[in-house]
Design a protein around this ligand. Structure first.
Ligand code: NAI
Ligand code: MG
Length: 330
């Protein structure tokens, strides 16, 4: 019996996590869920965004499936998502982006993005110099850069991938991105069988839109990795389809790339596939390989029928119709 913390989150989080839980349960894998509330609705009730019980549960079970949590823009509290990644040192954010027939603008996208998850401009070090001047400090360390590089190369080796591309802006940020690149180059030497190359981030955005098939595994800093993830999601049919995992040494939190989607929350039209595929990554992590591949196949089959699809995929279906279709395919 696997013991897993389930954080439904807010916005569309509760809708897509309920759907995902149903789909996992349909595979027959035995799971004890420890449901923990966190997010805007908890704050309204208790004045706390993340109750201590959430941390206690993750401390104990070391694995969580998490829905999105809203973060206010400009003012207010620090992102809970970023806090969790930092607290549990979940240094590798892994996001596979693959085209499904009929969904994608480009049929040959098969990328895995490795985004450094603990530092960079997300370290939260901003200084008010004067009312009219703010400094945001970009933190890059050799250790974190080598760790994310090793995660990317090791993944490439284990999964028979041919190439790793480091994405950077070291032409401008010579010290910060220079250190990142230097660390990735050092690690690349441990993997002579994998092709290694480097692309500057702005060019990378154009390359991905025009020639995504040329790229395989990408490794980048936190901010560029965040942006490249959503850009790549756009290539394959949107954020409703792209899963993710935050992985540390002995703890992991699985969550989709997308956020709480306030524009569609509570309307029953959120696409549950991104979180469902994140749960498939979780099942791989738990060595439930058969259940994971059954889920991926069922998703692929369900996507073939237009009547199942949610509006983000140009369908007239709902979270429920798509969830039932996936369960039917299982
Ligand atoms: P978003 O990812 O929530 O939404 C962007 C667009 O994609 C929206 O039009 C939304 O309707 C659509 N979309 C996203 N997921 C979808 C799904 N499963 N099905 C159908 N359509 C979907 O990004 P946005 O609007 O920039 O952020 C909203 C909030 O989410 C913010 O407070 C942000 O801080 C938070 N956020 C949280 C994350 C997390 O918990 N890991 C990650 C990203 C954002
Ligand atoms: Mg993001």
């Amino acid at each position: 019996m696997h013991k897993i913390v389930l954080i439904p989150g807010d916005g569309i989080g509760p809708e897509v996590s309920a759907a995902t839980r149903k789909i996992i349960e349909a595979t027959g894998v035995a799971i004890d869920w420890y449901v923990e509330e966190a997010g805007a609705h908890v704050f309204e009730k208790t004045g706390e965004l993340v109750p201590d019980s959430v941390y206690r549960a993750i401390d104990k079970y070391r694995i969580a499936l998490k829905g999105p949590i809203t973060t206010p823009v400009g003012t207010g509290f620090k992102s809970i998502n970023v806090s969790l990644r930092q607290k549990y040192h979940l240094y590798a954010n892994v996001r596979p982006v693959k085209s499904y027939p009929g969904m994608a603008r480009n049929q040959s996208v098969d990328l895995v993005i490795f985004r450094e998850n603990t530092e960079d401009l997300y370290a939260g070090r901003e200084e008010q110099i004067s009312p009219d001047e703010v400094h945001g400090i970009k933190v890059i360390t050799r250790k974190a850069s080598e760790d994310i590089a090793r995660a990317a190369f090791q993944y490439a080796r284990t999964n028979g991938r041919r190439q790793v591309t480091a994405v950077h802006k070291a032409n401008i940020m010579k010290l910060a991105d220079g250190l990142f690149l230097d660390a990735v180059r050092t690690v690349s030497k441990e993997y002579p069988e994998i092709d290694y190359n480097e692309v500057i981030v702005d060019n990378m955005c154009m390359q991905l839109v025009m020639y995504p098939e040329k790229y395989d595994v990408l490794v980048s800093e936190n901010l560029y990795g965040d942006i490249l993830s959503d850009l790549s999601a756009g290539l394959v049919g949107g954020l409703g389809l792209v899963p993710g995992a935050n992985i540390g040494k002995d703890c992991a939190i699985f969550e989709a790339v997308h956020g709480s989607a306030p524009d569609i929350a509570g309307q029953g039209k959120a696409n549950p596939i991104a979180l469902t595929l994140s749960a498939a990554m979780m099942l791989e992590y738990l060595k439930e390989h058969t259940a994971a591949s059954r889920i991926r196949n069922a998703v692929g089959q369900a996507l073939k029928k237009k009547e199942n699809l949610t509006p983000d995929l140009n369908g007239n279906g709902t979270t429920e119709t798509l969830t039932e279709a996936i369960i039917h395919e299982l």
